[in-house]
Design a protein around this ligand. Structure first.
Ligand code: SAM
Length: 222
C-alpha cells in the first residue's frame, strides 16, 4: 500500500503513515505463499508462518482488530464453515475486506484429490452471509456473521499467478474466463451448469464485513 512521504515533520502525512502502520492484514492458512506484508497464520510450521493457529478454533486475535483478511486455498480445508466465517467476522473491523480463493467446487478432481480437503466450495455459498441476496434473506438466521459480496471471479486456470499454463490453456482460459464472468448471472450459469463441463478450476471472492460502525477492538464482548 502506498503511503504519503513523512519527509519533513509531523502532520497529515505522518498521521497517514501511522494509520497505515496500524493497518492489520492477516493471511489465514498462508503456508509457504504468504501475502507480502501480512501476518501469516497456519496450522503447519513452515517458512513464512508468523502464528501457529488452527482456524477451526477461535483465532488468537482481538475482536474488531483486523483491516484485511486474505485466505488462499484454505476454506476447502475447513470442517465448520459457519464457525470459521463467524471467527473471521469477529476479528474484522467494520468494513474490513475479506478475500478468499479456492478450487472451484465444480472441478471434482481439484476439489477431492487433496486428502485434507473437506468440501467443495462455490461462490454462491457466500450469498448465505450476505443479507442483500435471496439466500442471505432466507437463511440469514443460520449465523450472525454478515458480509457484503463486493466482487467475484471465476478462473479456468488454477493458480495462474504463480504457475504458467500452456499456451493452449492460456487461450482457453481467456475465453472461458470471459464467458463465465460477464455478469453475476453468467457466473451463476457457469457455477450451476457448464463450469464442470469445461473444468473451471478456481474462484475468487471479495467481501466486506458488515458491522455497526464504531465497533473498536474489544468493543464486542466475546
Ligand atoms: C493448499 S495450502 C494453501 C497455502 C497458501 N495459502 C497458498 O495459497 O499457497 C492450505 C494451507 O492451509 C493450512 N491449513 C489447513 N487446515 C488448517 C487449519 N485448520 N488451520 C490453519 N491452517 C490450516 C495448511 O497447513 C496449508 O498451509
Amino acid at each position: 500500500m502506498e503511503t504519503p512521504s513523512t519527509a519533513g515533520a509531523a502532520g497529515p502525512a505522518t498521521e497517514a503513515n501511522d494509520a497505515a502502520r496500524r493497518r492489520i492484514v492477516i493471511d489465514l492458512g498462508c503456508g509457504r505463499r504468504k501475502k507480502p506484508g501480512a501476518i501469516g497464520l497456519d496450522i503447519a510450521s513452515v517458512p513464512g508462518v508468523d502464528i501457529l493457529a488452527d482456524v477451526m478454533r477461535p483465532l488468537p486475535l482481538k475482536d474488531n482488530s483486523v483491516d484485511e483478511v486474505y485466505a488462499s486455498h484454505l476454506i476447502e480445508h475447513v470442517d465448520d464453515v459457519l464457525a470459521f466465517m463467524g471467527e473471521v467476522w469477529r476479528v474484522c473491523k467494520p468494513g474490513a475486506l475479506v478475500y478468499f480463493r479456492f478450487p472451484h467446487g465444480s472441478a471434482p478432481f481439484l476439489t477431492w484429490k487433496d486428502p485434507t480437503h473437506r468440501r467443495g466450495v462455490y461462490l454462491a455459498m457466500f450469498e448465505y452471509f450476505d443479507p442483500t441476496t435471496l439466500d442471505g434473506q432466507l437463511w440469514g438466521y443460520y449465523h450472525p456473521a454478515k458480509f457484503k459480496i463486493e466482487r467475484r471471479y471465476l478462473n479456468f486456470n488454477l493458480n495462474a499467478d504463480t504457475w504458467q499454463p500452456s499456451r493452449a490453456r492460456r487461450l482457453l482460459g481467456r475465453l472461458f474466463d470471459w464467458a463465465a464472468n460477464r455478469s453475476p448471472r453468467w457466473q451463476y450459469l457457469c457455477e450451476r451448469w457448464w463450469g464442470n463441463w469445461v473444468g473451471m478450476e478456481e474462484a475468487h471472492i471479495w467481501l466486506r464485513a458488515l458491522k455497526p460502525a464504531g465497533s473498536g477492538p474489544d468493543a464486542i464482548p466475546g
